[in-house]
Design a protein around this ligand. Structure first.
Ligand code: ASP
Length: 359
């Protein structure tokens, strides 16, 4: 048991003991007269024991395969998602995740990541610099600190204390794209589309069509345990100190072992405003399929900001504890990768509100 769980158990026991001492009549409430927590509503879907891993975007294919190397052998979903998302974090051609991510407007590569298991254990780092695998620092935050989120200098200090190596993450290619961007210095998130052209300049923007993207990964293992991970360099050319949705539990990532998990990609500010991934999981709790839940979460964003939403992308990806998968996006072009015992490299285009990109 982790220190955090021991602490939580102790405080729950303490809370129920003091309830009894108080003598409150809570038989119909969350704590019954024996001092035990009453069970919540029964989950609607039976759990699966068919392992499966899903990830955002085409770079999710390789990430899923690394996760599958663990899941396929009966390994833990939490180990699978951490190992899986390390693949795009290491990929020097990927300019929206990990090492080689495009920098902020002042030239600093700053990364966001979070990880969560089925029991509500979670950890995250935001605006961390010089560490190539922020997802692994997020896991250490979860397992070795009493906290959930460490940011900036403090996150770096913790990572170094934990033995992570301090590195220069700005690659020559990213630096070149940054200098190119400085000529106009216009902050304009692109509408990300299906195939990553890795800087070929599809939209004429420095760095090509993609100046933001995230790998969000959800896995269920052979014992029916769920876990999720999410990691990104966020929006290219962002303001220094800007933090997106990915390290915010409930925004970029949320997992509840009774129901399922959800993760997001796209303009993080819109996801944070709507507590996106938490919303998707809560909609599944109310009986919606993962697909219906992702669609409704997207529609909340569109209904709140109908005009603005025409020119930005947000996509949600979800899996319930039965292993059913769903996704939905504002714009055409969001895709997700699915990997299980039957299929290792499936890439599926998500449905969307708009069928033409407004870029
Ligand atoms: N959600 C990420 C952020 O806002 C970027 C993306 O996934 O496109 O930082």
């Amino acid at each position: 048991m982790t220190d955090r769980r021991r602490f939580l158990k102790a405080s729950l026991l303490g809370a129920s003991a003091s309830m009894l001492a108080w003598g409150g009549k809570l038989a119909a409430g969350p704590i019954d007269q024996s001092g035990k927590l009453a069970a919540g509503p029964a989950p609607r879907t039976p759990p699966t024991t068919t392992a499966r891993v899903i990830s955002t975007w085409d770079f999710g294919i390789a990430a899923n395969q690394a996760a599958w190397a663990i899941l396929g052998k009966g390994g833990h979903a939490l180990d699978a998602v951490e190992t899986g998302v390390q693949v795009p974090e290491s990929d020097l051609k990927n300019h929206s995740v990990g090492r080689a991510g495009y920098p902020d407007r002042d030239g600093h590569v700053s990364l966001d990541a979070s990880i969560m298991d089925a029991d509500g254990n979670c950890g995250a780092v935001a605006a961390i610099e010089h560490i190539a695998h922020p997802i692994s620092v997020a896991r250490r935050v979860m397992e070795r600190t009493p906290h959930v989120l460490l940011v900036g200098e403090g996150a770096l200090q913790f990572a170094l204390e934990q033995g992570f190596k301090k590195e220069e993450l700005l690659t020559p290619e990213s630096e070149k794209a940054w200098h190119e961007w400085q000529k106009t210095a216009k902050y304009q998130p692109s509408i990300n589309s299906e195939v990553h052209d890795y800087g070929k300049g599809k939209t004429g923007m420095p760095g090509g069509a993609h100046n933001h993207d995230t790998i969000g990964m959800l896995a269920i293992d052979a014992q029916g345990r769920l876990a999720g991970a999410c990691t990104t360099s966020g929006m290219a050319w962002k303001m220094r100190g800007r933090v997106g949705d990915s390290p915010i539990i409930g925004a970029g990532l949320y997992v509840d072992g009774e129901i399922g998990g959800a993760t997001s990609t796209g303009v993080g500010e819109e996801v944070i405003r709507n507590a996106g991934s938490f919303l998707v999981v809560e909609l599944m709790r109310q009986g919606r399929s993962p697909q219906e839940a992702c669609k409704e979460a997207v529609m909340r964003i569109v209904r709140r900001r109908p005009e603005a939403s025409k020119t930005l992308q947000v996509g949600f990806l979800a899996m319930n504890r039965a292993g059913e998968v769903g996704a939905y996006a504002i714009q055409r072009g969001f895709s997700y990768a699915v990997c299980d015992a039957k299929k290792q490299d499936g890439l599926i285009p998500a449905q969307s509100v708009y069928t033409t990109n407004y870029s």
